[in-house]
Each structure stands twice: as C-alpha cells, then as structure tokens.
Ligand binder design. Structure first.
Ligand code: ADP
Ligand code: MG
Length: 261
C-alpha cells in the first residue's frame, strides 16, 4: 500500500482536482484505490459523486474513534474507488482532536489496519497546515504538491517544505516529497513557462514529467459528480491525469525494484 498526501496550504491550487482524478485514473488502471477526504469542504466527496449532506458516518467519526474505517467507507458510484467522505462536521475535529492521545496519528493508525486492501491511498488536504493536514502528513509515505506556475508559487512552497521536513524529523521518518505537479498550466504564457523552467532547475526530478493544462472540462466535471477523467476522457485535462497516473505507477514500480535489489 502506497499512501500519498496531496498538500499545498494555498486554496484553489488544484489539490482536490488532482486527488479525485488521480484516484479515478488509478482505479481505471486496475489499482485498488482509496481516497481520503480531509477537507471539511467535502469537495473530493462531492466530486466523487457522493452527497456530503446525507452521509451516515464520515471521516470525522473515524478520526475521533467513534466509527471504524469500514463503517465510514463508501464507493464512488462513478469512479470505482473507495472514499472516506467528509463534510462540515470535520471542521470540529480540529479542536476536538487536541485533547486526544496521539492526535496527529489517528489517520495513520486507522489506515494501518487495512494495508492489505489497497494499492494506493490518496489523501486530499484542506488549504492550511492544520491538525487535519498534519494527520495526512503523518499517515503518508510521500507528498504530491500541485502548483500553478505563477510568480508567487515559490513563496508559499518554502513553508510547506519546512513543515514536511519537521514532520519527517519528528513524527514520520517515511515521509518524503514525491514531486511537484504543474497544474492549470497555460503553455502560451511566457511567465508560466519561465516559472516551470525554474521549478525544473531547482527541483530536478522532483518535478513530475506530466503537465496538467488548464482545461474547462476538468472544472465542469464536479457539478456532474464525476471525476474529469470519466466525464470527458478525451479532453486534454483528462488525458493529462491519465498520464499522471501512469507516471505514478511507474515511480512506485521503480521503488519496489530498488527495495528488492
Ligand atoms: P484546491 O483543492 O487546491 O482548493 P481545486 O482542485 O478545488 O483546488 O481547484 C480550484 C478550482 O480550479 C476548481 O474550481 C477546479 O475545478 C478548478 N481547476 C482545477 N484544476 C483545473 C484545471 N487543470 N483546469 C481548469 N480548472 C481547474
Ligand atoms: Mg480542495
């Protein structure tokens, strides 16, 4: 089981779009996939075709120890992957977790019992470096950072990188940055191309080869409760996420070979 957290403390940078479409693309490639929604906005839940207003239990109850993963888990009707759904209730967890023992490890412990059931677990985070995001970072083997190639993109990055380093040092030795994913990319923009090149120079092979273009079909898909890769699989955005899933499967395969050697 490979656990990846999709994090960036900025809002609107494409975390949820990446989480939902990567989950659906991995599932389509035959990978047993679980998507964890850690954002009280519940966008990954809705985007997977699950109504956040009518949930029985949600990831909130699981984190507080009031329900098990199996009780919370639902299947995306459109996407053929499992989801631990979220809604506004989860905002309360931020405060309620503070009094609990090992409060930052709740997600990791819940996932550990199901390690044999999934090839990939993807965790969608809220736009903050909060206790919820910390639970995501503590549970994961790797961080995927979606980012837009804009002038200020690199500024926020150092806070995130420092947080990841601290978590690595103090809480989760397995954690590493898997890669930066360039999203909402506009190939005609000179600035976007410049920032993209800077990223490649600074971060080398930590920049994913796949570039996700700005594509309106990806933005339309959630209102149909469908991942973009299923809503219009021929659209450029969908094709990019399908390619990204292949890139992820390839990377994971390389590590397994390295470990075996
Ligand atoms: P986050 O989860 O980081 O807040 P979202 O994934 O919700 O970001 O994306 C923010 C907005 O941008 C959403 O309306 C989404 O539909 C849109 N969006 C994300 N990626 C793309 C893309 N590649 N092309 C066009 N729109 C996109
Ligand atoms: Mg989001």
């Amino acid at each position: 089981m490979h656990i990846f957290v999709i994090a960036n403390q900025k809002g609107g940078v494409g975390k949820t779009t990446t989480a939902v479409n990567l989950a659906a693309a991995l599932a389509q490639a035959g990978q047993r996939t679980l998507l964890v929604d850690l954002d009280p906005q519940g966008n990954a839940t809705m985007g997977s075709g699950i109504d956040k207003r009518t949930l029985g239990a949600s990831v909130y109850q699981m984190l507080l120890g009031l329900a098990t993963l199996a009780e919370v888990r639902v299947t995306s009707p459109s996407g053929n992957y499992a989801v631990l759904p979220a809604n506004r209730e989860l905002a309360g967890a931020e405060v309620e977790l503070v009094d609990l023992e090992r409060r930052e490890q709740r997600l990791r412990l819940a996932l550990a019992r199901h390690a044999a059931e999934y090839d990939f677990v993807l965790i969608d985070c809220p736009p903050s470096l909060s206790m919820l995001t910390l639970n995501g970072l503590c549970a994961a083997h790797g961080v995927i950072i979606p980012m837009q190639c804009e002038y200020y993109a690199l500024e926020g990055l150092s806070d995130l990188v420092n947080t990841i380093k601290q978590v690595h040092r103090n809480l989760n030795r397995d954690l590493r940055i898997i890669g930066l994913l360039r999203v909402m990319f506009d190939p005609r923009s000179t600035l976007a191309n410049q920032v993209s090149r800077q990223l490649e120079e600074h971060f080398g092979d930590k920049v994913f080869k796949t570039l996700v273009p700005r594509n309106v079909r990806l933005a339309e898909a959630p209102s149909y409760g469908m991942p973009g890769v299923l809503f219009d699989k021929n659209a450029k955005g969908a094709q990019a996420y399908l390619a990204f899933a292949r890139e992820m499967i390839e990377r994971v395969g390389t590590w397994s070979k390295e470990q075996a050697a």
